[in-house]
Design a binder for this molecule. Structure first.
Ligand code: UT7
Length: 362
């Protein structure tokens, strides 16, 4: 006669197996990047070009942000967040040595989707003529790509999917206030897209080692596009005065800057500590390209050499959810990342949201 019913024994045993399998990061698998690609529109907009639209100048923009030029989509080219994302994705899939049919899932990060709904992920599924795989959009602004890769990583860790397409793409230029009123924000932002294929890695010491995500919604209004929203819809906006700028991005730049430098440092330290790594162990830091001065502050604080931090904000401006993946792709293309390197991704932005990814490049 059994004292404990079989079903209870079964549940207890299964729970114990799951506990030991998933505790202390002993997941079934790790994930690693096996293909990278990026796409930016051809149209280069220099600081001098901006000074013809508004009261600004090259010296101010370069001194305060490090930006020399950015890419803005030229109307009529057909580019959009989804279209650019699909272009970057095709390159990433090809470089991964895969075809579209090998992809199990799509994660698309953007704050500038083609439509209020549905999201860009499903558009990419259609544009790439993929099977009816799942697709989600991540709406986490500048830290969107870090959130996207963290999300994809979890699906791979549990064994649910093997190859995930992760995209970050942004079409800012059509939504910016291109008058002197908007100069504090408009000069910063650029358009572009990056993508990677995240794939199953059986060796738990390689690939993505950990991801760290945070938010602080009380500062949502410090960096925001407030309209259109369900509470403030288009007819209402049209009836408002010309002073209604709620549909342009608003940023309390100084406040955002101060929070960014603190949170960037914290979340990088958190990632290093989790993996028993020190600042000196960082081979390549890819910070979100928000402002060159923020990246330089972090570089100084972590005592990193120039070759340990990758920046390309000079060429592209701040492309929010696309910035980390475009920078990672270019760093890899330029041969600055090699097997065995400790690569750190870090981002901070609207929400506030921030996060980091610690990888052992494989
Ligand atoms: O990506 C998501 C996270 N975003 C960030 O991390 C961005 C963080 N913030 C920043 O990067 C900086 O705060 C900005 C680049 C946006 C602004 O730089 P700042 O050094 O904080 O300048 P400020 O806003 O304090 O403005 C200084 C002066 C002001 O003039 P007064 O009041 O001192 O006479 C502005 O009106 O610069 C003026 N100004 C400009 N002048 C020429 C603001 N924008 C411009 C401009 N051109 N584009």
């Amino acid at each position: 006669m059994t004292l404990v019913p079989d079903i209870v024994l079964h549940v207890v045993l299964k729970s114990l197996i799951l506990y030991f399998a998933f505790s202390n990061n002993n997941y079934m698998y790790n994930s690693k990047i096996i293909g990278l690609g990026h796409y930016v529109p051809d149209n280069v907009v220099t600081n001098d070009d901006l000074s013809k639209m508004m009261d600004t100048n090259d010296a101010w923009i370069q001194e305060r942000t490090g930006i020399k030029e950015r890419r803005w989509i030229k109307k009529g080219t057909g580019d959009s967040s989804a279209v650019m994302g699909a272009k970057a994705a095709r390159i990433a899939i090809e470089r991964a040595g895969l075809t579209k049919d090998d992809i199990d899932f799509i994660v698309f990060a953007t704050l500038s989707p083609d439509y209020y709904f549905p999201g860009c992920g499903v558009q990419v599924q259609d544009m790439l003529e993929m099977d009816t795989i799942g697709a989600i959009d991540i709406r986490n602004q500048c830290s969107g790509f870090v959130y996207a890769i963290a999300t994809a990583d979890q699906f791979i860790k549990t064994g649910m999917y093997k190859n995930i397409l992760v995209i970050g793409a942004e079409y800012h230029s059509n939504g910016l206030d291109k008058t002197t009123r908007g100069r504090g924000v408009t000069v910063i932002f650029g358009d572009g897209a990056g993508a990677c294929v995240l794939s199953r890695e059986e060796d738990n010491s390689k690939g993505i080692l950990s991801t760290h995500l945070h938010s602080e919604g009380k500062y949502a209004d410090k960096l925001i596009v407030a309209s259109p929203s369900i509470g403030h819809w288009v007819p209402e906006i049209l009836e408002n005065s010309e002073e209604d700028v709620s549909y342009f991005p608003y940023m309390d730049g100084t406040f955002v800057f101060k929070n960014a430098v603190v949170r960037f440092s914290e979340v990088i330290m958190e990632g290093l500590a989790k993996n028993n790594l020190n600042k000196e162990d960082i081979d390549m830091l890819i910070p979100h390209q928000a402002n060159l001065r923020i990246a330089q502050f972090i570089q100084k604080k972590f005592k990193l050499r120039d070759d340990q931090v990758f920046n390309n904000i000079m060429k592209y401006g701040n492309t929010t959810a696309a910035s980390v993946i475009i920078a990672l792709t270019e760093a890899w293309e330029e041969g600055k990342i090699k097997e065995g390197d400790n690569v750190v991704l870090a981002a901070f932005g609207s929400g506030f949201t921030w996060g980091s990814v610690i990888m052992k490049w494989a």
